[in-house]
Design a protein around this ligand. Sequence first.
Ligand SMILES: Cc1cc2nc3c(=O)[nH]c(=O)nc-3n(C[C@H](O)[C@H](O)[C@H](O)COP(=O)(O)OP(=O)(O)OC[C@H]3O[C@@H](n4cnc5c(N)ncnc54)[C@H](O)[C@@H]3O)c2cc1C
Length: 515
Amino acid sequence: MLERVSNKLNTYDFIIIGGGATGIGIALEASARGYSVVLLEKSDFTKSTSSKSTKLVHGGVRYLAQGDVGLVREAVVERGLLNQNAPHLVKNQSFIIPTHGLFDELQYTVGLTLYDLLAGKLSLGRSKRISKTKTLKRISTINPEKISAGVVYHDGQFDDTRLAINTLQSSEEMGAIVLNYCSVFGLTKNNEGKVTGVKFKDEESNKEYVIKGKQIVNATGVFADDVLKMDSPNAEKTIAPSQGVHLVLDKSFLPDNDAIMIPKTDDGRVLFLVPWHNRVVVGTTDTPIEKESLEPIALEEEIEFILNTASRYLTKAPKRSDVLSVFAGLRPLAASKGEGKKTKEISRSHKIFESKSGLLTMVGGKWTTYRKMGEDLVDKTEKNNGWANIPTKTKHLKIHGYKENVDRTNPLYFYGSDEEEILKLSRIEGLDESISDSLKVIRAQVVWAVRNEMARTVEDVLARRTRCQLLDAKESMRMAPVVAEIIAKELGMDDAWQKEQVESYNKVTSNYILN
Ligand SMILES: Cc1cc2nc3c(=O)[nH]c(=O)nc-3n(C[C@H](O)[C@H](O)[C@H](O)COP(=O)(O)OP(=O)(O)OC[C@H]3O[C@@H](n4cnc5c(N)ncnc54)[C@H](O)[C@@H]3O)c2cc1C
């Protein structure tokens, strides 16, 4: 793809800066409509916020409580479409809200019935009140003293980075050029000040490229200001990041199939406990942070808050030593302008900002609505540039790997239709040896990730092509040398490269471990 992109004669319809959920959704829609697309990611795809979500495909029950019906309606429709388009990665997840007293029961039953109605035909199942006995039967680890009954509702649950990789594969199959480890460091402009292209550097070779595009899109999440500064050096700061942390626990803390949603913790936040890849993800928090970074670090008070709240609702209190991994992601919030004005969250619904140069910046939204965000951005581009409107082509587009009725007890289930190819590779090249019995990863997955999923580093494989870093950080560090050796063989790298890879993986991953 680097070779293709270096052809200076091309002018691409879209150049997208940023390979998180937003950029990936735009690349899918634009390539599905037949446009030529280049997507550039400075690190690995979803390295930032998009690999650190709560893993929910949801309308957002809490936004309904805030009266944002339009936002919830849009998200529950997208939830239903994603469930149809990527059934190997998205599943219907039942949640139970533990209630305290009749008012709670009524409030949540009525509210969640409205939530179901908003989804119409795309509803994932009816909400209902269940008795205390039934609640205790369904969630064997819930503290009986904390509940009077329960309300069950349904949302979607997914694997964020696996969806990103498969969506990028779909875009690539429709002609898009998608490149990781390529960072944009400047924009090119014509005499009228209109942006005409980007300058980027291949981080592996340090080679610089200049490419031309008709529509340049800034989809860099919490880094949006960096690109806005490239467009206009005096651009004001618009983003103030806020951090959300999750802890991962062993399945014994929530051994049954239902997730728990605690709608009002002591400080008014929502807390989820969700089964994920045979573990439990617990979170999240909302803490203002000074500076954006690709590897935000969980704060002690965030960890304590999650452990304390979970302990109150579970019969077995999770301790620090039970935490298999801790990960943090950043939300782009609007920076406060002047004293006295409160920071206002812009991340709930997505927004498109137009710069005088024609640059479009998309921020906010959520993973659940990534397809719709792509549709809106491409519609806006067509309108702004006077191009004919091509109706969206992604509503019913099956995502790469599409497979119905996957058996989720199969350790390779999330590859969907690619599983067969991986097993074939494993048979032909003798790659069936396990590299982690507890995480159930085999050598073939590493080779597959390098050959077919653009993995370039140990971290790409352990954090994002498989989810070992988030599922058991210590075990993933133990796996790192073997993974480095397999990748080195594939990419023709030497021992020094392997050593450096393992060291840098361990350095990053030590932040995912609680001492
Ligand atoms: C704690 C938390 C939990 C969440 N949980 C959920 C959930 O359960 N469900 C849901 O639907 N949504 C959830 N969200 C929202 C969702 O995760 C985000 O909306 C989404 O991931 C944002 O994607 P993005 O592409 O805008 O940003 P990012 O993921 O940050 O991607 C931006 C990318 O741009 C790249 N970049 C930056 N500068 C450059 C440059 N100069 N050149 C090239 N590339 C560059 C970065 O490396 C990065 O990869 C959650 C968000 C948070 C913070």
